[in-house]
Design a protein around this ligand. Sequence first.
Ligand SMILES: [Zn+2]
Length: 275
Amino acid sequence: MKETVSFQVSVGRQPPSQWQEIASAALRPYGPKEIERSPYGKAMSFEFDYYPEGLETVVAHLKGQQIHALFTVRQEYTAADRRQAELLILGGGRIVSSVEGTLRWEDVSICPFCACRTADWQFEPLQIAEQPQGAVLACVDHWPWVVSAEVAQALRQAEVTGLVLVPVGPDRSVQWYGLRVTHRLPPVAVPPTRLPPNPGPTPQCAPDHLWNGLKHSQLAYRRQDLAAADFNVTYEHFGGMETAIRYEVISQRVYGLLREVGVQRLRCDPIRIVD
Ligand SMILES: [Zn+2]
């Protein structure tokens, strides 16, 4: 895995004096590989070929001096990284559309203290506008996962664990199956600063129940608490207060199986397991 970080700094119309020197002094100790200045002199970017711990404090320090700062993290994986990973986040596949009004869900509150909610998808009334050709993994309207009957058959034969395949639609001949994942992983073991917390939760909330997203980190788990099934969901929810989701995490066995049956456009990012 290759991880790169781009730290962007910019100033408004009346920039503080010597802002470029202030930003450079704050970031130079972390050893940027490259420093770029915008041709208009209002922005700079510092490129790193590793993840420097503690960038959040630099963001806060610069903000205190009227310098805007944010950083983005990119993880790149090779095909070999993906083939060697014990666990991966389920991603990619196709996007299919529901017939209007048939993608329904029940709002489920995930915490007694805040308004954080997730969706319990109802596959029974769902109608998908197209029939699958062959082995397909897809998200319906960008939300719940479904697979074609061919993939469902392969998963059933392999007796994968942690999964219930729910027939989609009221029809007699089922073409799609919804994925209802039943096994939950323990909390992640990522350095907490690497997951940006969602500002919504209250002080009474469990500190780790909602995160903004995975933008700053690869998911990591300690092996001793892991006990993963073939299909898993994260303990944490990610996203906004009203649309929090859990990520689905699959075993290498499932990843291999999906590739073997010919599922296209898979994009599953490896999970790090720490001993
Ligand atoms: Zn809460």
